[in-house]
Design a protein around this ligand. Sequence first.
Ligand SMILES: C[S@@+](CC[C@H](N)C(=O)[O-])C[C@H]1O[C@@H](n2cnc3c(N)ncnc32)[C@H](O)[C@@H]1O
Length: 467
Amino acid sequence: MQHFPAFFTLNDQPVLIVGGGELAARKLRLLRKAGALVTVVAPRLNAELTELADDGRIAAIRRGFVAGDVGRKRLVFAATGRADVDERVAEAAHAAGLPVNVVDRADLSSFVVPAIVERDPVVIGISTGGTAPLLASRLREAIERLLPSRLGRLADFSDSFRSAVRGILPDAGTRLRFWSRFFDGPVAAAVLAGDDGRARERMLTLVNSRAAVEPPQGSVAIVGAGPGDPDLLTLRALRLIQRADVVIYDKLVGPEILDYVRRDAERIYVGKSRGNHSRSQDEINALIAAQAQAGRRVVRLKGGDPFIFGRGGEELGYLRQRGIAVEVVPGVTAALGCAAVAGVPLTHREHAQAVTLVTGEGSEGEPDLDWASLARLRQTLVIYMGVAAAGRIAARLIGHGLDPATPAAIVENGTLPNERTVTGRVADLESLVREHEIQGPAVIVVGSVAALADAASIDEPALAVAV
Ligand SMILES: C[S@@+](CC[C@H](N)C(=O)[O-])C[C@H]1O[C@@H](n2cnc3c(N)ncnc32)[C@H](O)[C@@H]1O
């Protein structure tokens, strides 16, 4: 190990920065967060440093560096960008036995400043020993993406209960079990989701009951996996998938997304396709509940958003009735994912002032829709599960007054590598489906915005129907 990792307490401690430009300002921003009393020495200060100095938030000595400036500082930073001055600063600090960091000069520094991921009070420092700063910043980005934004809040929350837990659970082993269950359980999930009120309520119940040392309670997250591209998973979805003991997933959740599931976690497929329901919704509800009641962390993973034609509402109601802790994580619904890849703005000042999402299939066949209002102009319709009934949908809309020449687009496998967009008129919907052999999941977009579709992804342009 080239460097020994340690964190300094700098609150109200004197620190010297030599330099008055952007390099110095960057160090200063971090040091001020740590509460350091900073003195800046430089003949000229940039606007940011000048303002801080004028407001008295830093001390500024506006002249060249002299060795005596290092004085009794705790840390010294050389950030002038001038090799001769930086070398003099390093020399003076070494002579005074003070830790010194010279920006971009590991050879002159006695300590390095790591790349930092900050979720105060949680701080993660990453060092490559000065060998590859870009790699350190890439690692930082990767860790940033993985860590919940409210991680620091979680640390503070657990700290606020630390002494109460110690009082109630004097045995260290029991306490350890309690905290490990806490960080994996619904209380921590509520804190991370920003629901401090519920978290506090549950925590009080937990610390005041035997539940603290009893077998773990299961929980369910009903998670939207988005329209297919794994990059469209939300950060929260990703975290929950990676922590799940069991993932119960649908047909539209692809293998690239399932790759994020832990290897030792169980995967249960409960996919339904048109006319082929391997399990009924009642069976799925009971399965999710049983897994949670067995103390497991369940992720119920659904394509798109769980609450858009996803039966997420029924599952949520069923689980809540049984007192099972549930959270819902939204996903990018197919309409939004498909519109984005096809270049179709669903609302547009000149074309559409409203968007309506409808299903082409009801539980008993044709859905009971208000076709007259759907046929009104200046709105966009996005029809899910409408491919098989494309002809009927077009006939209903036209029958209720929609111009047969209204632009329409079909987006198949939106956001996936085999995505296709085909465009035409609403009157041609059935033939578009037939001629282009649309088979994958697809949404139909109806409205003048559909004419803006970037149909470049059509394999055979000759088949595209002119608008
Ligand atoms: C049962 S619904 C589920 C909708 C999902 N909950 C959502 O929010 O996107 C299934 C329908 O969603 C649409 N769909 C889902 N993923 C799609 C994709 N990648 N491309 C196009 N349509 C998609 C299709 O209309 C498909 O028949």
